[in-house]
Design a protein around this ligand. Structure first.
Ligand SMILES: [Fe+2]
Length: 455
């Protein structure tokens, strides 16, 4: 493996450095990088002959004719063209992976607000491919709308196994343990608090760095994730483009029997190849995997009164054709100060056109201090009411409103315009809490027509 200055970006020390070795800074830039000097052709994409005997190949993440703002493609300069990394495909067991709209008929679980405890790690060896467990699906991957929410449990590194997903891009939210993504474009390491985005079609394998790992995964069938418009917030805060990191080129020149797994049309296929497909020596373009440290998100919120909509915490959005109506929003609830005066500070009670899959990376979520634990997840589907539990309501309604810092916490939401269908697997998990809705049962009637002023 030739890895150009790859660092794990693990320590406080390295995080203090503005330049992170092994990565290039920026969101959606046209990057260029080479692991061998002179491997990138200058001023053209496809010369008659390439240096080092490489092949040129384009990977298109959008139609050729997509508007400039959403046009995505990269040029890869590789040891072999991808056709050599593809033999005859055989259909294999897809395990617990499901793809919309397949889950519609699978679960007979009645409608309801749902919450699960963390799925325990099994004894069996699970890789990124076999460890993906679909919890919900929404929309239809064939028409490139909607998403799936998966839990990922990895207990085993991929060795001569590689994978790509033609059905969508993956947004991986590390929750426990570190993950190393060796991709065609280079190497990305993430730890809890960081996310990694693998675009549709990009080949990768996943290795463990410090024991088993758990992550939440959003599979976005729609247009690629991008930064949300900030509107009146202006040019700064929320997720800043410079904090997104794309890996420098790194390649494997390895000849060994290998297996490439492909998720395509909701099914899983395997093809046998004679070498590593991670053989890209140099590349340029704007279609590439990247990572982001959620702790670099600069929250903006109410500094006088009231509670803004959670859209102020949008890290990335996958837009639909309807302005402001996301195919998927990825929203976080990070550390922040809570300072609003005469305000019910937790999230308000509400019902929503969008459906909300939530997870907790670490700490305590302010609206659900009990029962929603790190590694667990909840689902508040389209138009189903939800909000703070009784404990949170009573506390927030009566506490003295001094400035309070919500520390050591990171929750997130995959929010989509489509209803999320629960898979049979998720419906039958023993970790599904059968008493979740009881968190609201003790909310009392306070109404008194003869008592105008609050007590
Ligand atoms: Fe909500």
């Amino acid at each position: 493996m030739n890895v150009q200055n790859v660092s794990g970006f693990q320590s406080e020390q390295s995080r203090k450095s503005a330049i992170v070795p092994g990565y290039m800074s920026g969101f959606g830039n046209s990057f260029e990088t080479e692991a061998l000097e002179g491997a990138l052709p200058i001023g053209r994409n496809s010369p008659q002959k390439l240096n080092y005997g490489l092949y040129a190949e384009q990977l298109s993440g959008s139609p050729f004719t997509a508007p400039q703002a959403t046009n995505q493609r990269s040029w890869l300069y590789r040891i072999r063209p991808s056709v050599k990394h593809s033999g005859r495909y055989v259909k294999v067991d897809k395990g617990l992976m499901r793809t919309a709209p397949a889950a519609r008929e699978e679960s007979g679980l009645p409608l309801g607000q749902l919450r699960w405890d963390p799925t325990p790690f099994p004894d069996e060896a699970l890789t990124f491919v076999t460890g993906l467990q679909t919890i919900t699906t929404a929309g239809d991957s064939d028409t490139q709308v909607g998403m799936a929410a998966h839990m990922l449990l990895v207990t085993h590194s991929m060795d001569n196994e590689y994978f790509f997903n033609a059905d969508g891009e993956y947004l991986v939210v590390a929750q426990e343990g570190n993950l190393r993504f060796r991709t065609e474009f280079g190497v990305i390491d993430i730890e809890p608090g960081e996310i990694c985005i693998i675009p549709r079609g990009v080949i990768f394998k996943v290795e463990l760095l410090n024991g088993s790992a758990r992550a939440y995964v959003c599979e976005n069938y729609g247009g690629a994730f991008t930064l949300p418009d900030r509107g009146p917030i202006g040019a700064n805060c929320l997720a800043n483009p410079r904090d997104f990191l794309t890996p420098v080129a790194a390649y494997e020149d390895k000849e060994a029997l290998s297996f490439l797994f492909v998720k395509w049309g909701g099914e899983l296929y395997r093809t046998e190849i004679e070498q590593s497909p991670l053989d890209v020596v140099a590349w340029h373009g704007n279609y590439a995997p990247y990572k982001y440290d959620l702790r670099h998100f600069s929250p903006v919120g109410a500094i006088m009164f009231d509670h803004p909509d959670p859209s102020i915490f949008t890290v990335l959005t996958a837009p639909s054709e309807t302005p402001g109506t996301a195919n998927v929003d990825f929203v976080i609830f990070p550390e922040r100060w809570s300072v609003a005066e005469n305000t019910f500070r937790p999230p308000w009670y509400h019902r929503n056109l969008m459906s909300e899959f939530m997870g907790l990376i670490y700490g305590v979520y302010d609206a659900k201090p009990e029962g929603f634990v790190p590694g667990g997840f909840s689902l508040h589907n389209q138009m189903l009411p939800h909000g703070p539990d009784t404990t949170a309501f009573e506390h927030a309604s009566n506490v003295e409103l001094k400035p309070v810092k919500l520390t050591g916490t990171m929750a997130f939401m995959f929010e989509t315009r489509f209803p999320q269908r629960v898979t049979k697997y998720a419906a039958e998990l023993s970790t599904l809490q059968d008493n979740y809705i009881d968190c609201w049962k003790d909310l009392k009637k306070h109404f008194d027509p003869n008592q105008r002023e609050p007590k």
